[in-house]
Structures are given as C-alpha cells and as structure tokens.
Design a protein around this ligand. Structure first.
Ligand code: 13P
Ligand code: SF4
Length: 303
C-alpha cells in the first residue's frame, strides 16, 4: 500500500469511527499533515477538552495521551505508538514527589504536564512550557516545588524572582543536547541569524536566545520575525509548520535535537490504531479523578 492509499484509509476510518487526530509539533511531517489539530502541549490539551469526537487518536507521547484521557475520561484515547514515552516525565515518581513534599513541609507542587498521571494526581496545579511562568505567578502559594524539569523550573525562577522555587533534578535529553558551540558556529557564519529556544534548553542556550517559548512560541517567532535565518532551539519537528507558513525562511536545525519517542508514530501505526482501536489509554478511576484537579486548575486560569 502506498502513502496515498494509507492516507485515504486513515481518513475513511476516522469518519466512520467519529475520531479526531491530534498531533504534537514534534511528530513527523506526514503525521502532522494528516492530523485534525496540531499544537503544543497546552493547545492539544485544550483541543482534547473541546472535541465532541468519540475517539481521540493522540500522535505524541504517553503523558500527552494520558492528559487527554484525564480531561475526557468518557472518550476512547488511543496512542498509536504504544511505547512512546517521555524520559523527562520518568524523572519524577509519585513516591519521590510525596517524600520530597514531606521533607520540605509547606510547599505547592507545580508539575509540568510532562509528568505521569500518578505525579499529576499528587500535584497542586499543572503547567506547560507556554504558561509555566504565568501559572506560578497566578497561584497564591509563594513556596513552590517545580517538577520535573530543572531548566524550565530555573527559567520560571528567573521570571518570578519574588517566589521561592525549589527545583527537581530532571531534564530532557533532546534539549540538553543542544550545544553552545554549534550555535556559535552558525552565528559566526551568519551574524544576523536569530535563535528561538525552548525553555527546556540549558541556561547558556536560553541566555543566547532572541526568543524563548513553547513549540507554538518558537513557531510564532520564526514565522513573524523579519529575520530570514533562524536557529531552531528545539526538536526538529517544528520546522514542518514553520516551512508551511514561511517557506522562504532558512532554518538551522541542531544535530541530536530529535526526540526518538515522538518519531515512533508513523502512518501505518496511526492506521492500525484506528482500525483495531488499539493502544487505548486506561487509568484507574481514582487517578483520573485526582489528576483532573491540577489540570482543570491550569485550564481554568486560561493562560
Ligand atoms: P511544548 O508544550 O512546548 O509543545 O513542549 C512539549 C515537549 O515535550 C517539549 O519537549
Ligand atoms: Fe519528552 Fe524531551 Fe521528547 Fe519532549 S522532547 S517529549 S520532553 S523527551
């Protein structure tokens, strides 16, 4: 079967089963192209809360599909690549977070959406990379345990200096693989090049950036800036929406900035997920209920 036939089959199955396909910006170009909605973690969570489809096929990694399930527990949520995890999310376990909370005393747990459902269930509020600073500013507590990404937490700390923010020692191997020397090499050759970086990057990269933002923030910067050359300080998948909107821009991707788990989804796995309704996200009711609260709190802030 060629790609065209596969795409036709996916579209037919989608209609027949009243399904919606959500895809994160780190997905491959063919997967993003066939999706009904593409977005960053926050936009996809909002899409999952608004859809009236019976089935959500989530082309992303496990924590994203789990978040969709927590928001829409009555829907069937499918993850085409059943083994697509997020090593950053695995840095924090529920027991370790509870132990730390006990050790620290009066502290609010702000968990990045890149966490397991179990960790969300013991958190006070969730955030994504696009709203982390605003979420921390908005909550009444002044002493915060930020879980699990130390770089995003440090970025929040820099932007909310009046609160005490305690960091978890987790990191994303994709973003921390982005090296200053590689950026300097491009800058030496093209002095007018601009750098857009994700807050999961190390501080030395964030300090060099012309813009720091979620994947949506990076796409918006790249497509709206007058600069013609942009260094992409995040996973390479974001080049697909940028090239679609502004094909004339020259984009510089950084070696090793590839999330292997995000690239596990392909059109065959997407078709199979729809056809066999397979790799359904299932979570115990008590987790669904308790993990919903911190996500709902974040969505209610509308930031
Ligand atoms: P965004 O929310 O910015 O899309 O990021 C998700 C992610 O996994 C970053 O590595
Ligand atoms: Fe997780 Fe990093 Fe992949 Fe994002 S890029 S899904 S944080 S491993």
């Amino acid at each position: 079967m060629n790609n065209g036939e596969l795409i036709d089959e996916i579209n037919t199955l989608k209609k027949k089963k009243n399904a919606v396909i959500l895809a994160h910006y780190y997905q491959t170009a063919p997967v993003q192209a066939i999706a009904d909605f593409t977005g960053d973690s926050l936009a996809l969570a909002v899409s999952a809360s608004k859809t009236d489809a019976a089935i959500i096929v989530f082309c992303g990694v496990c924590f994203m599909a789990e978040t969709a399930k927590i928001i829409s527990p009555q829907k069937k949520v499918l993850l085409p690549a059943h083994d697509a995890g997020c090593p950053l999310a695995d840095f924090a376990t529920k027991d370790a977070v509870l132990r730390k909370k006990e050790e620290l005393g009066d502290v609010a747990v702000v968990s990045y959406v890149n966490t397991t459902a179990e960790v969300k269930a013991v958190s006070d509020i969730c955030c994504t990379s696009s709203n982390a600073v605003e979420v921390v500013k908005a909550i009444p507590q002044n002493r915060i345990l930020f879980v699990p990404d130390r770089n995003l937490g440090e970025y929040v700390k820099e932007n909310v200096p009046d609160k005490e923010i305690l960091l978890w020692d987790g990191y994303c191997y994709v973003h921390t693989a982005i090296k200053k020397r590689d950026i300097l090499k491009i800058k030496e050759k093209y002095p007018h090049v601009r750098l857009a970086a994700h807050p999961e990057c190390n501080k030395e990269i964030r300090d060099m950036a012309d813009a720091i933002g979620s994947t949506t923030g990076i796409i918006n910067f790249a497509t709206q800036t007058d600069a013609k050359k942009i260094i992409i300080g995040t996973e390479q998948g974001v080049t697909y929406p940028i090239r679609k909107k502004t094909p004339e821009k020259e984009l510089f991707i950084l070696k090793d900035a590839i999330c292997e788990d995000m690239k596990k989804t392909n059109l065959i796995k997407l078709r199979d997920a729809l056809l066999y309704e397979q790799h359904e996200i299932k979570l115990p009711t008590y987790i669904l209920k308790s993990a919903y609260k911190p996500i709902q709190k974040m969505l209610e802030l509308k930031i």
